[in-house]
Design a protein around this ligand. Structure first.
Ligand SMILES: [Ca+2]
Length: 460
């Protein structure tokens, strides 16, 4: 990339050559005609809004990883030196959030910049027919038809790969991907052939990083800017870390389940380091925007391999909160920010950084715009059932809506799906693990925030 002649620079060189008067006079009419045609043909293939050296994008998406479980977030045992370095040298939001604490809707929001009720990919799977067991369901026609409908919803929203493809980018899908063949998300290259949540793509990170290296070689050959979607199923279960890492953590905790989860995180961190080294060796760091986010949280149970309450699938911070990092060497001032950020901000942030036209219909903001970030004090989201109840009507699968205003969080259950749920209000500064429900003690605040939540999205 660094040594190649980008199309726009080539266009500039030909144009300046053609307009030198003395040179023009010395050329034959035929040569001048050929050069004019060359100039015209290059102008046709270079989109007008692409900068001289369009930056590349690397999206790193951790899977089932709690906001507390990083070195730089203060965890006493887990070591994540590579993500720590990304955080220390980038713009890092320690209070980032995904709108939904489940993989599929969270990834769909990340790649479209829209809330689940807007893109309508609200759940991991289509409706489960009554009496059918999950393993039978995954092989059924009902499952295939449902997935196809979900993919139609995603295709109707503009995805980041599709958007960048219009500007001459190539894009590689690796790891988690729920919406059929990778091309359905607008990727030009990819690993997933259409299996439930990634099939062949799920080997990335755990077994190999070769597809990423091959893709970088290929983009270098074709002189095209790129987007890489690195969403390995890590630290997501199965928690099968290498023995060398498991042994390291096994002596730090009494729970083998916790040791496995901690070791998975460091294993994932190593792969992040490998990819960053690859970019560095290719001298691509100064022209690559690296974005980091987790798709949802995970609190490891002490005594079994599952997750504890108040994490994945829940409306609590253990499921929703994640650090968000935007790192662009030489272009973004390193900073740790305690302002709120959301995964739906990533698309508008990249649109601005890549000099693409803004889309006013997107609900997120540009995270590189300090004033916008400081001005916004409220964020919103919603959590839905694992299997959808209605693929076209998000309200039928809704479990909870939530919002944060400053440090106050409101959670409102949907009585139809959560008949035993209650409205909850927390002070996240005093009570970051949401143990003390203040809803009965602060009715004014509750009323004010409920009104704001209903203005955002009221499904009734
Ligand atoms: Ca996940």
């Amino acid at each position: 990339m660094e040594t190649s002649l980008a199309p726009r620079r080539l266009l500039h060189l030909v144009a300046s050559f053609c307009t030198r008067k003395s040179l023009l006079n010395s050329l034959t009419t035929r040569t001048r005609l050929v050069m004019t045609l060359l100039l015209f043909s290059i102008a046709l293939v270079v989109p007008a809004h692409v900068a001289a050296e369009p930056p590349n994008v690397l999206l790193i998406v951790s899977d089932d990883h709690a906001w507390t479980d990083y070195g730089f977030m203060g965890h006493p045992s887990i070591q994540t030196p590579n993500i720590d370095r990304l955080a220390a040298t980038g713009l890092t939001f320690t209070r980032g959030y995904v709108p939904s604490s489940l993989c599929c809707p969270s990834l769909a929001s990340l790649i479209t910049g829209r809330y689940p009720h807007q893109h309508r990919v609200t759940s991991n799977d289509p409706p489960l027919p009554p009496g059918m067991k999950p393993q039978e369901f995954y092989r059924s026609a009902a499952f295939e038809q449902g997935r196809a409908r979900m993919s139609q919803h995603l295709a109707a929203a503009t995805t980041l790969p599709k958007l960048l493809g219009e500007s001459g980018y190539r894009s590689l899908q690796t790891g988690k991907w729920w919406q059929g063949h990778f091309s359905q998300g607008g990727f030009t290259d990819g690993m997933t052939q259409g299996g439930r949540h990634g099939d062949d793509g799920l080997t990335i990170g755990r077994k190999t990083l070769e597809p990423i290296k091959t893709f970088l070689d290929s983009c270098n050959d074709s002189k095209q800017p790129f987007l890489i979607w690195y969403a390995p199923m890590m630290p997501h279960d199965p928690h099968t870390p290498p023995d060398r890492l498991l042994n390291k953590y096994n002596v730090l905790t009494d729970s083998i389940h916790i040791a496995r989860y901690w070791a998975m995180i460091e294993w994932f961190d190593e792969t992040v380091g490998n990819i960053m080294d690859e970019l560095s060796q290719r001298q691509l760091l100064e022209n690559t925007i690296v974005v980091y986010v987790a798709d949802n949280g995970w609190i490891q149970s002490q005594d079994n391999a599952r997750y504890a309450p108040k994490s994945k699938q829940s409306p609590y911070d253990g499921g929703l909160r994640t650090p968000i990092i935007v790192n662009w060497k030489g272009h973004i001032e390193p900073q740790i920010s305690s302002h709120l950020a959301q995964s739906i901000d990533i698309v508008p942030t990249l649109r601005k950084a890549l000099q693409l036209p803004a889309d006013d219909s997107l609900p997120g903001i540009d995270l590189l715009d300090e004033k916008s970030v400081a001005r916004r004090s409220t964020i919103f989201g919603s959590c839905f059932s694992h299997n959808s109840n209605d693929l076209d009507d998000p309200s039928r699968s809704l479990r909870w809506r939530w919002m944060i205003d400053g440090n106050t969080k409101l959670i409102v259950p949907n009585p139809e799906l959560e008949p035993n749920g209650s409205v909850e209000l927390f002070d996240l500064e005093q009570d970051p693990f949401e143990n003390n429900n203040l809803a009965d003690r602060d009715s004014d605040r509750l009323k004010e925030m409920t009104k704001a939540l209903d203005s955002w999205w009221n499904p009734n």
